[in-house]
Write a protein that binds this ligand. Structure first.
Ligand SMILES: [Zn+2]
Length: 354
């Protein structure tokens, strides 16, 4: 089957029947990447380092490709996205920042700069980047490659310089929590709660629901977030409805923001639980990667759409109102962006959109 045939015969009908009826008029995707390997010092999968083949993906992912993937997944809705670069030691920060700033001029895209203590930027450099470009916050830098990260703490990743700035300007702080225990790890929970309480103005968003892709992880994690209203969860790559149901049951749906993790979620397939780890079951043709299993013996659509299905099913189980369910796909996220620097950042950004 060609890609066009697949879009018409597989993706299109599934989207129209299963997902389109529950979406708001516009979709905001709170976690996407854009990059060019020209801004990398080395390709992770050629680095020879542990974890280098953890998430093998395209070397070029310009904003036009991201917009196109958004259109392919959600063909009848305007697609908007929070975008950021390649949050890894292989990226050259200056080049990556310039690339994302330029991509942020694309209508409907909301850029975040890479920030974090371990970038060791010169003092004041992050503040100058935020003054020069209407970034709405920062994606926290990950000082590791792939899944080779045993013992980082949140305190190591985020220091007073960037968090003071986040607190002052109500920046979005998009944080991929470290350690193998994820948000289910008490050390991580304590770190997140301390960060949220020390910097109540910061709008902390935990990527991938605190990396709790599995119910057994979310069960141990979600209670920690009950009393920290400035901590939010993005749904990128979370396709298990039970995980999202636990979130809605325990802390409600207002702090949940729809997100995909394009380009990863542009694959056709689904992230599933097998024993005590996730596995990405995908159609044939994607590069081999850890925890990725390919087959052409299945039917599959975009992972981005599977995330929406999981939200739909969780919302149905907890009896969420239609308005609250729709808000997960747009209002909950845009509210965070509009609060940055009392609305000045988003206003300036929209003025610069081409
Ligand atoms: Zn990501």
């Amino acid at each position: 089957m060609t890609d066009t045939e697949r879009l018409e015969k597989v993706d299109g009908p599934f989207y129209r029947n299963e997902v389109a009826p529950i979406l708001p008029p516009k979709v905001l995707d709170f976690h996407t990447h854009t990059w060019s390997a020209q801004n990398w010092k080395v390709k992770p999968w050629e680095s020879g380092k542990d974890g280098g083949t953890y998430m093998v993906t395209d070397e070029e992912y310009p904003p036009e490709r991201l917009a196109s993937d958004g259109r392919r997944a959600f063909p009848d809705r305007p697609y908007e996205a929070v975008i950021f670069g390649y949050p890894s030691p292989v990226a050259d920060w200056e080049k990556d920042t310039a690339f994302v700033a330029a991509a942020g001029q694309h209508r409907g895209f909301y850029p975040l700069v890479l920030g974090g203590q371990e970038l060791a930027l010169p003092p004041g450099r992050l503040r100058r980047a935020l003054d020069a470009t209407p970034f709405l916050g920062f994606k926290v830098f990950l000082n590791w490659i792939g899944d080779a990260y045993g013992d980082k703490t949140i305190e190591q990743m985020l220091g007073p310089e960037e968090m003071t700035l986040a607190n002052e300007r109500r920046l979005v702080v998009l944080l991929h929590v470290p350690r193998s225990g994820r948000l289910a790890d008490p050390v991580i929970q304590a770190g997140v709660v301390k960060l949220a309480k020390d910097y109540p103005g910061a709008q902390i968003v935990l990527a991938h629901c605190g990396r709790c892709y599995l119910p057994s992880e979310m069960r141990r994690a979600i209670g920690a977030l009950r009393d920290v209203p400035n901590v939010h969860l993005d749904t990128s790559m979370v396709m298990d409805a039970l995980v999202l149901q636990m979130v809605m049951d325990e802390i409600g749906s207002d702090r949940l923001v729809f997100a995909t993790d394009f380009p990863v979620a542009a694959m056709r397939g689904r992230r599933v639980r097998v024993m005590d780890h996730w596995v990405d079951v995908v159609l044939d043709g994607y590069p081999p990667s850890a925890y990725r299993l390919a087959s052409d013996g299945i039917r599959a659509t975009f992972m981005a759409v599977e995330i929406a299905v999981a939200i739909r099913d969780a919302a149905e189980r907890v009896g969420l109102t239609d308005a609250r369910r729709r808000a997960i796909f747009y209002d909950n996220g845009i509210r965070l962006l509009e609060a940055v620097d009392q609305g000045r950042a988003i206003q300036r950004l929209r003025g610069e959109w081409r």
